[in-house]
Design a protein around this ligand. Structure first.
Ligand code: DIR
Ligand code: MN
Ligand code: MN
Ligand code: MN
Length: 306
C-alpha cells in the first residue's frame, strides 16, 4: 500500500503548547520504518504550512487563535485532498483542530469515488462544540461540529464541499462531554459509545457494529485517533488526560479490526504533546497502534465473514 505521512504541527487549538512537536516525535519514534517493515511504500511529505492569515473577530470572547486555526484548516483541507489521490494519508498532529481540515479534504476526495464517507472518532471527548458554545475557546474542541456541517462556522471557516452526514460518524471512548455538546449530540444522528458502553459490551462488539454499517454502505472510513482515547497511565503525553480510557489491548484490538476491515482510507494521529512525555513513551505507543492499523499482527486470523 502507498502511504503518505503529512506533518500538521498545529498547537494553538489546544489549551497548552507542545503539540507542535508531535510530527517530530512520530518521526523520531520510527513511524516510517514501522510501516515500511510491513511492506508499505511510505513517503514523508514533510510538514504543511498554514495559508495566509485573514482577520476575523468572533463574538464569543473565549474563542482564541481563530485566524490561525482557519488558516491551517484551509491548508490541511487542500493537503488531505491532494495527498489522498492514490495513497493513504496519515496526518501527524498537531492538536485535534487539524481534523477540521483533514476530514474536510478527505470528504471531498471520497465523494469523487461515489462511495459514502464515514468517520470513526476515537477520543475521550466529542469535540462537538461550535464557535458559539465553546467555553474554553480551545478550537480542538470543535472539529466534529465543523465537518458535520453544524451552523456557526460560515464566514469564518472555509465552506465545506461535502459535510459528513451525522449518521456516518461513530465515536468510541467518550468520557468527557460538556453540557452544550451533550444537548446537541442528543439531537444528532451521531453514534456515541462512552466508556461505560465499552465496559458493558466490549469494544469489539461496538466496533464490529459500526464497521458492518460502513461495509454495508460500501463506504470508506477516516479514523481520528486522539491520544486521550487511551488510559493516561499508558499514554501520559497529552494535555487533556481523562482517567478511565482504553487499555493497551483494547486500543490494539480496535486497530487490528480496522485493518482487517479493509475500509480505512486515512488516519489522524492527534494531541500528542511530547513535552509531557516520559522519554517518547506515548509517541512509541501511537506508532505501534498505527502499525497495527496498517497490518502488524501477532498471528494470522481466518478472514472474518461479512
Ligand atoms: C473541552 C475539552 N470539551 C473543551 N475538549 C478537548 O475545551 O471544549 N480536549 N477536545 O481534548
Ligand atoms: Mn480575535
Ligand atoms: Mn479530540
Ligand atoms: Mn480528547
Amino acid at each position: 500500500m502507498d502511504i503518505r505521512l503529512i506533518g500538521a504541527p498545529l498547537q494553538i487549538g489546544a489549551g497548552q503548547l507542545g503539540c507542535e512537536m508531535g510530527p517530530s516525535a512520530y518521526r523520531i519514534a520510527g513511524l516510517m520504518r514501522a510501516l515500511e517493515d510491513l511492506g508499505h511504500r511510505v513517503v514523508d511529505t514533510g510538514n504543511v504550512t498554514p495559508a495566509p492569515l485573514k482577520e476575523f473577530h468572533h463574538p464569543n470572547p473565549a474563542v482564541h487563535h481563530l485566524e490561525e486555526t482557519v488558516a491551517w484548516t484551509e491548508a490541511l483541507t487542500e493537503a488531505a485532498y491532494r495527498e489522498s489521490a492514490d495513497a493513504v494519508p496519515i496526518f501527524l498532529g498537531g492538536d485535534h483542530a487539524i481534523s477540521a481540515g483533514t476530514v474536510a479534504g478527505m470528504a471531498r476526495r471520497v465523494a469523487e469515488t461515489g462511495r459514502p464517507f464515514f468517520v470513526l472518532w476515537l477520543d475521550a471527548h466529542t469535540d462537538y462544540h461550535t464557535l458559539e458554545t465553546t467555553r474554553s475557546g480551545n478550537l480542538h474542541g470543535t472539529p466534529v461540529a465543523y465537518f458535520s456541517g453544524r451552523d456557526g462556522f460560515a464566514g469564518y471557516f472555509p465552506p465545506l464541499s461535502h459535510a459528513v452526514p451525522e449518521e456516518n460518524i461513530g465515536m468510541i471512548g467518550i468520557r468527557s462531554v460538556d453540557p452544550a455538546e451533550r444537548a446537541a449530540l442528543e439531537k444528532s444522528g451521531i453514534t456515541v459509545h462512552d466508556m461505560r458502553s465499552i465496559d458493558e459490551h466490549g469494544v469489539a462488539v461496538l466496533l464490529r457494529e459500526f464497521l458492518a454499517r460502513v461495509q454495508a454502505a460500501n463506504g470508506l472510513l477516516h479514523v481520528s485517533l486522539d491520544v486521550d482515547f487511551l488510559e493516561p497511565s499508558i499514554a501520559p503525553a497529552v494535555g487533556t488526560t481523562v482517567p478511565g480510557g482504553a487499555t493497551f489491548r483494547e486500543a490494539h484490538l480496535v486497530m487490528e479490526m480496522l485493518h482487517d476491515s479493509g475500509l480505512v482510507c486515512s488516519l489522524d494521529l492527534v494531541e500528542l504533546n511530547p513535552f509531557l512525555d516520559e522519554r517518547g513513551r506515548t509517541a512509541t505507543l501511537m506508532v505501534d497502534l498505527a502499525a497495527s492499523l496498517m497490518g502488524k499482527r501477532v498471528m494470522d486470523r481466518p478472514t472474518r465473514a461479512g
